[in-house]
Design a protein around this ligand. Structure first.
Ligand code: GAL
Length: 366
């Protein structure tokens, strides 16, 4: 992956994309192969077991499109982690008049067929959050995903060293093997863990990012290594972390070893506050979703974003895709307040319900 030196100031980017829209004043839909009235954007998201898509990505995207283009329509579909279903949803969106596809693929490889189909109709495709490989995608908006894995791996190794651990087993629970991001998270984590002196005793990919499957994988590890020997768990996201923690609690593992996560989803943040999960990675979905919405409206209007505002070119096997990559942030108990709460991602009132009230007070969230 290649990155340019400068990180984009997202607010400035938003202004520039809108400025580009206003300045060019081409007829709507001009570059998208349609006539007047072509004001439909499709947002195709991959799954529902991970909370972010329905709680953040979708509403933020739809709201931004409405603000920029009140007469625009968004066709929204969620594929429930089924690549064939996503293919059908994309086909239906095109049939129903979508002039731009914003596609977060279930399967980063097979989604190239969706891109080829869209391109036949001269419909631009934005690869959203996950890179579609070997395909003629127009833009890619995501986070520095290898960095996500590095942050997770480093946080785990640092915590183990701080706790004075020198021996014992790590378990790695990676994401879905069809998700290009999962490959990057895994590579990033390995780049830190492999040279750390700690041993990975077992490692799994988790089909569909399923928390239930992660739980089974963790049960297998506990059976294999025994309760006391597992000193840390690399879990690629909060859903899989939740599965691993449930398995350890059911087996009576005390104290729980440090477990990583990602997404800062509400259940993950609550576990971080209560100490069940050591860390998560916060990815600010607002700028990601809103930038995708701005770009989609720009393309719908037959315009181009200003080239200098893209901050990376990411090779996908077919081309160097003009990209916007955002920076992920580590969250531990000590930084919940200064990260996700300060950013308005979750409020203390949302986090500190029921059994979490006491832990919230200790973490000075309330
Ligand atoms: C990844 C995404 C993560 C997480 C995961 C499970 O591609 O970057 O934020 O949501 O999928 O859906």
């Amino acid at each position: 992956m290649r990155f340019s030196n400068s990180r984009v100031a997202m607010a400035a980017l938003g202004v520039l994309l809108i400025t580009a829209c206003n300045r060019d004043k081409k007829p709507e839909g001009a570059g998208a192969g349609g006539g007047a009235g072509d004001k439909t954007i499709a947002l195709l998201l991959p799954e529902t077991k991970t909370a972010r898509y329905e709680s953040h990505d979708r509403p933020l995207f739809e709201r931004k499109v409405k603000a920029l283009c009140p007469e625009c329509q968004v066709i929204y579909s969620n594929a429930d982690q089924n690549a064939a279903k996503q293919q059908d949803q994309a086909e239906a969106a095109l049939t129903n008049g979508a002039r731009v596809l914003v596609l977060d693929p279930v399967d980063s490889a097979s989604a190239s067929a969706i891109v080829a189909r869209a391109k036949q109709s001269k419909i631009p495709v934005i690869s959203y959050d996950r890179l579609i490989v070997n395909a003629d995608v127009d833009y890619y908006i995501s986070f520095d995903n290898e960095k996500v894995g590095k942050l997770q791996g480093q946080a785990l190794v640092d915590k183990l060293r701080k706790d004075g651990k020198t021996s014992g087993t790590l378990v790695m629970i990676n994401g879905s093997p069809t998700d290009n991001n999962a490959k990057l998270f895994k590579a990033g984590a390995h780049s830190v863990i492999d040279g750390s002196g700690f041993t990975v005793g077992a490692e799994y990919d988790t089909p569909d990012w399923s928390p239930d499957k992660a739980q089974q994988q963790m049960e297998q590890s506990i059976t294999r290594f025994g309760k006391a020997d597992i000193i840390g768990v690399y879990a690629a996201n909060d859903g899989t972390a939740g599965g691993a923690i449930a398995a350890m609690k059911a087996a009576g593992v005390t104290p729980l070893p440090p477990v990583t996560g990602q997404d800062a989803e509400l259940a993950g943040i609550q576990r971080v506050v209560s100490g069940e999960q050591y860390m998560t990675v916060y990815k600010a979905i607002k700028p990601e979703a809103e930038t995708a919405a701005e770009l989609a409206v720009t393309l719908l209007r037959g315009q181009q974003p200003e080239a200098g505002k893209l901050n990376a070119k990411v090779p996908n096997g077919k081309k160097d895709v003009p990209s916007i990559l955002l920076a992920p942030v580590v969250v531990t108990k000590d930084t919940v307040k200064s990260t996700v709460v300060a950013d308005g991602f979750w409020t203390p009132a949302q986090i500190c319900v029921g059994a979490y009230q006491q832990a919230c007070q200790a973490a000075q969230l309330q």
